[in-house]
Unconditional design. Structure first.
Lengths: 146, 146
DNA sequence: TATTGTTATACTCTATAACTATA
DNA sequence: TATAGTTATAGAGTATAACAATA
């Protein structure tokens, strides 16, 4: 028999795949792909370097270049060279970018019907357990060799 | 303040994104993309129509054509025209396809470290709650207008 | 007419390799 | 030499529209 952890993991990936339509529909009127919306949602108000964005999105640096190019085309971000290290470029949100980020983040908080249909205690437990799992994932990233 | 459901949903998508590297690594030696592996894992032993596969993957029929083309190139599937309705093609696993499907399915059951690090009761609860959510998602698909 | 599946086309997403500029 | 970022290139993944075959 499979472990609870393994089956929980499979159920999570299965569930996310079943919600593909919900995810696309939730931002459907914003003229953005899900990936672009996630990237936009990841950029902090203080800006971040291209390198940090690529790490955050777990993608190649050349991919991050293309993503930020598309955000820039839409007027949501701008790049500025770092004064201290002129190799580095930081990505900042424009005014339109900040407004779109707020809309995207609120859309990402809209739970699909299959989550809303869970009992109140299931919803609370699910949130608590997933936040613990997220904390473990975060800890791994900080100290990958521990 | 946001609802538990909304935060649970956001934690789930955040967690899945944090596990992108794990998902790619888990099937890294099988010479398949994650999407192709999921498609292969979805095909039952009795075969399924192209239309049913497109529905299962929540993608356009033309996309399903390309996916099955790539599975066929690798020798994992074959198409056969349905005798009863000659418009329909069913996709079947070959011997190699069945063997690869077993390998892929077992890889998908390997939980990432951040799940394995949860307590035994958290892992069990997570599995139980996600399976209930999956049941709700399944019910929606059967009766979308209820 | 409606449905199944494919083809033609185009755009996004993604990575590898080669390159520029800077450190 | 090493790092940050871009460009060139190529392939996978995706959808829309037009099409052929069949119902």
């Amino acid at each position: 028999m499979s472990s609870n952890g393994g089956r929980a993991w499979q159920a999570m990936t299965d569930f996310l795949r079943s919600q593909k339509r919900h995810m696309i529909a939730s931002i459907g009127d914003l003229d953005m792909s899900v990936q672009l919306a996630h990237a936009l949602a990841s950029i902090p108000r203080e800006g971040m370097t291209m390198r940090a964005l690529a790490d955050e999105l777990a993608c190649d640096a050349s991919n991050a270049t293309g993503i930020v190019d598309r955000l820039e085309e839409r007027g949501f971000t701008e790049r500025r060279v770092d004064d201290a290290d002129r190799r580095v470029k930081r990505v900042f949100l424009t005014g339109a970018g900040r407004r779109m980020q707020e809309r995207v983040r609120s859309r990402f908080l809209e739970p699909p019907p299959a989550i809303a249909a869970l009992s109140a205690s299931d919803q609370r437990l699910l949130r608590e357990i997933l936040e613990r799992a997220l904390a473990h994932a975060e800890a791994e990233r900080v100290e990958p060799g521990a």
